[in-house]
Design a protein around this ligand. Structure first.
Ligand SMILES: [Zn+2]
Ligand SMILES: [Zn+2]
Length: 255
């Protein structure tokens, strides 16, 4: 399988796109502004969207993806998310005020948008593998995802602060290929990171003590103003033997 990074920034601006990953050709993991770079043909290929949570930077392009593909696809698009996230999307986005309710058009028996509830621990089989929702800790209900192919597994944290059940779940994966984890704020904003339930470098370095794998760690969701500083603060810790790298838009991870 191949995971392509469409967006991995904590903000926008030239060259910056918010969280979205494309798994092979038909599955999106989150639907931030990175989705907007896909061609029309590539947008029509999207059958499934797995959402970590309903914050704007992770769903921004979902409404417009549906609007763009509507009428050009025979099959509906399925959005997998927790019941809490689905409730928020229904109430606040697909409510005919912000955007049409694609779960009711062209009619509610054959809608273009289908929701599928996926809670922590749930597994969905996909061609060539499966996806499992893992525990995460954020200001709204959120999950991480383990993306399993026949040859390995990539864990994507979504937005989270330190959360023991997340690490316990990661440690149970015996073929982990890579960990993609957020570090939204630099250390001088550690208080803000704690309040917003995001990682800062010091908090991540502490938390990684719970991970038993030697796997490389890819950093995502960095605030644009502090990209370089966040990576410097991660690399500066002399006790760490881990390799950190900043996830890059356009990057492809094979696993
Ligand atoms: Zn969030
Ligand atoms: Zn976010």
């Amino acid at each position: 399988m191949q995971l392509q990074v469409l967006g991995c920034s904590g903000g926008i601006g030239a060259g910056q796109r918010t969280t979205s990953l494309l798994l092979d050709d038909r599955i999106l993991i989150d639907a931030g502004t990175g989705v907007g770079d896909l061609s029309f043909e590539a947008l029509l290929n999207i059958d499934h969207v797995f959402l970590t949570h309903a914050h704007m930077d992770h769903i921004a392009c979902l409404p417009m993806l549906l609007d763009t593909a509507f009428g050009s696809r025979a099959e509906p698009v399925t959005v997998h998310a927790t019941q809490a996230s689905i409730d928020v999307l229904r109430r606040h986005i697909f409510n005919w005020h912000i955007w049409p309710d694609f779960a009711a058009i062209p009619d509610s028996r054959n809608p273009f948008l289908r929701f599928a509830v996926m809670e922590q621990g749930d597994r969905v089989d996909i061609p060539g593998g499966h996806i499992t929702a893992l525990p995460a800790l954020h200001t709204v209900p959120a999950v991480a995802y383990a993306l399993h192919s026949d040859d390995g597994c990539i864990v994507f944290s979504g937005d989270t602060a330190d959360h023991a059940p997340f690490w316990e779940a990661v440690n149970q994966i015996d073929d982990l290929s890579a960990l993609i984890i957020e570090t939204a704020f630099a250390d001088q904003d550690a208080d803000l990171a704690r309040t917003a339930l995001h990682f800062s470098p010091g908090a991540l370095l502490n938390a990684l003590g719970q991970m038993q794998h030697e796997t490389d760690v890819w950093i995502t969701h960095l605030k644009p103003a502090d990209h370089a500083l966040i990576m410097q603060q991660l690399h500066d810790d002399p006790a760490q033997g881990r390799r950190f790298a900043r996830l890059q838009p356009g990057q492809r991870l094979d696993f």
